[in-house]
Design a protein around this ligand. Structure first.
Ligand SMILES: Cc1cc2nc3c(=O)[nH]c(=O)nc-3n(C[C@H](O)[C@H](O)[C@H](O)COP(=O)(O)O)c2cc1C
Length: 211
């Protein structure tokens, strides 16, 4: 084990997913996947992880980060004259085949920015944009438990929003301060292999919901 990876904790799966994940290539067409990053910080580790995912995207998918920091805080009164940022966000999310949520842990939950994005997308009532979008949640934290609390709080809301969330593998990435070098690249190739496994599983998950 390299000294670096000793500091990085990836609680990836409680079952041997290698037996469960067939090849990537079952998707008939390239799928468009939105990446939502819960941190608004310029040097965000979660955003670095999102960029790593984009770099390692299999050729069955296109990944795009959709910004959430510009969304006004949800207030139902504003629906009378819907803020253009909300309207644009809702329209954009509808265009995607699936969503990958990448979140830090703030006080054992996801961030206010991420929750606000979920709330904005969930309304007006009966126009919930998250419904039936095959989703996955990744939590990235400097802490030792890999943002477990954030990951599951987010899953709780997604359940209510009728977004089918991939169960396994679970991606709780802890000790993330050591995960990236100064260029934002992964410091250990074994993490790269875990990302490939994640994509294999997520492709399989997409296949259950889209052609
Ligand atoms: C308001 C706040 C609350 C936090 N709460 C937690 C927490 O509950 N668990 C944890 O592991 N880290 C917590 N952290 C540390 C973040 O996980 C850490 O700052 C992380 O790097 C944030 O993600 P980012 O780098 O993508 O911005 C907290 C940070 C802030 C600013």
């Amino acid at each position: 084990m390299t000294p670096k990876l000793a500091n990085i904790i990836v609680i990836f799966a409680i079952v041997n997913i290698d037996n469960l994940i067939p090849d990537l290539m079952e998707l008939k067409e390239r799928k468009q996947i939105a990446l939502l990053v819960g941190s608004l910080r310029k040097d965000s580790l979660n955003r670095k992880m999102a960029r790593v995912l984009i770099d390692l995207t299999p050729d069955t998918m296109d990944l795009e980060i959709i910004e959430i920091g510009n969304l006004p805080l949800y207030n139902e009164d504003l629906e009378e004259n819907t803020p253009r940022e909300w309207a644009a966000f809702r329209k954009k999310i509808k265009e995607f085949d699936g969503i990958i949520f990448i979140t830090p842990e703030y006080n054992r939950s996801t961030t206010a920015a991420m929750k606000n994005a979920l709330d904005v997308g969930s309304r007006p009532y009966t126009h919930n944009v998250w419904s039936n979008k095959p989703s996955a949640v990744i939590s990235v934290s400097m802490g030792a438990i890999g943002g477990f609390g954030a990951n599951h709080h987010l899953r709780q809301s997604l359940m209510c929003l009728n977004a089918p969330v991939m169960a396994q593998p679970e991606m709780y990435i802890g000790g993330a301060a050591d995960l990236f070098d100064e260029h934002g690249s992964l410091t250990d190739s074994r993490m790269e292999e875990l990302v490939h496994k994640f994509f294999r599983a997520y492709s399989r998950w997409l296949c259950k919901f889209v052609e």
